[in-house]
Write a protein that binds this ligand. Structure first.
Ligand code: GTP
Ligand code: MG
Length: 422
């Protein structure tokens, strides 16, 4: 057999070379996240707590540079009420669903002891709604409107003296439920020297009452400097205004007085820009995160524990949700059975009691009947005796009557005989 030589094409000619359409790598993940978040939008919920007329609505208008058109609250409410409004805001292509919750009638009541109750209840209700959604079988957390409060601005009255008891009590009740940011309201009514003393006193009182106010995060290297500086300036002294004044060739938000103008955005006039920077620009995401990771987590833990769930059993060994659920079901059944037995026993006991009661009554009735029967027999006998006596008397009477009649007749006959003899 003759060998046939086959000619092969060179190897390089068979390899297909393709050009990449773009960069390949997971370093695009953050961009994907940004695109997704931008598309779904953001939610931010602010709670304003402060006495009536403290400038809450004005500050919200100033903060978001818009007019939310709110009406002044009445002073005559019997209790504190919370009113919430949701607004859809858009800046470039970022959508923000902003909810502003206002404490209406806060501090207006004579007894201010439980002013915080309505606020605590509101915050818990929002946590509860979220928990219910989380526990659903078909949950849709991405479409869910999260109404949990991310920031609570506590408006301190600019008295210059210190915090009122209502402020201390309320902030203490809220510090484990929400990010409390105390601010000095209407700071234009307080002088510069007074303000720094006032701030120090507030911080001192907050510390001595062990109130955990929100601290801007200092764990991020890029933000550590500015945030720690801002933490030292809390509580921010703010001024709000809905009026605009021309300064140079610009219209700025300001409050005009006969002696001058307070510019809201002027850092030497008040801390408004610091608050806006910290609240909206720098730490909005951190507040959302702290709300979810700390405050909500705490609420969830407490609720699940009161429902009897725990991560570890009595022997300190991990137990699953399923095991706890099964155990609870068994306990529940046993409890039901115990209650049923208890009720049955009570029923039998009651029936027996009733039976004895009825027997007693029956016995009593028989006794009464016997007495009545005896009395009746005696009465009958008495009447019969009486009747017999009467009849005897009647017979006697008849007899006497007859005698007398006979006597009278004989006497008459005798008298008649005598008169004839004469
Ligand atoms: N001096 C001063 N007055 C202010 C400031 N902010 C608001 N005001 C005035 O205080 C009054 C009440 O302001 P609002 O913003 O309606 O106060 P509020 O807390 O929303 O009041 P209610 O909703 O009724 O509880 C208005 O006359 C405002 O012009 C401020 O920073 N300084
Ligand atoms: Mg208002």
């Amino acid at each position: 057999m003759a060998a046939v030589a086959v000619e092969r094409p060179p190897v390089e000619d068979k390899v297909r070379t393709m050009k990449l359409g773009g960069h390949v790598g997971f370093d695009s993940l953050p961009d994907q996240l940004v695109a997704k978040s931008t598309q779904s939008g953001f939610t931010f919920n602010i709670l304003c707590i402060g006495e009536t007329g403290m400038g809450k609505s004005t500050l919200m208008d100033t903060l978001f540079n818009t007019s939310f058109e709110s009406n002044p609250a009445p002073h005559t409410l019997p209790a504190v009420k919370l009113k919430s409004h949701t607004y859809e805001l858009q800046e470039s292509n970022v959508k923000l669903k902003l909810t502003i919750v206002d404490s209406v009638g806060y501090g207006d009541q004579i007894n201010k002891g439980d002013s915080f109750t309505a606020i605590v209840d509101y915050i818990d209700k929002q946590f509860d709604d979220y928990l219910q959604e989380e526990l659903k079988i078909r949950r849709s957390l991405s479409a869910y409107h999260d109404t949990r409060i991310h920031a609570c601005l506590y408006f301190i009255c600019p008295t210059g003296h210190g915090l009122k008891s209502i402020d201390l009590v309320c902030m203490k009740k809220l510090d484990s439920k929400v990010n409390v940011i105390p601010i000095i309201a209407k700071a234009d009514t307080i002088s510069k020297a007074e303000l720094s003393r006032f701030k120090q006193r507030i911080i001192q009182e907050v510390k001595s009452n062990n109130i955990q106010i929100y601290q801007f995060p200092t764990d991020d290297d890029t933000m550590v400097k500015v945030n720690s500086e801002m933490n030292n300036q809390i509580p921010f002294a703010v001024v709000g205004s809905t009026d605009f004044v021309r300064v140079g060739n610009k219209m700025v938000r300001a409050r005009q007085y006969p002696w001058g103008t307070v510019q809201v955005e002027n850092e030497s006039h008040c801390d408004f820009t610091k608050l806006r920077e910290m609240l909206i620009r720098t730490n909005m995401e951190d507040m959302r995160e702290v709300t979810h990771m700390r405050h909500y987590e705490l609420y969830r833990k407490k609720i699940l524990e009161t429902m009897g769930f725990s991560d570890v059993g009595q022997d300190n060994q991990p137990v699953s949700f399923q095991q706890t659920f099964e155990q609870k079901r068994v306990e529940h059944r046993e409890e039901l059975q115990r209650k049923e037995d208890e009720m049955r026993q009570t029923f039998v006991l009651r029936v027996k009691e009733k039976e004895t009661e009825l027997k007693e009554v029956e016995k009593e009735l028989y006794t009464k009947y016997d007495i009545l029967k005896r009395e009746h027999a005696e009465e009958k006998k008495r009447f019969e005796d009486l009747k017999k006596r009467l009849e005897d008397e009647k017979t006697e009477f008849q007899k006497r009557k007859h005698q007398i009649a006979t006597q009278t007749l004989s006497t008459h006959t005798l008298t008649l005989g005598k008169s004839k003899k004469k």
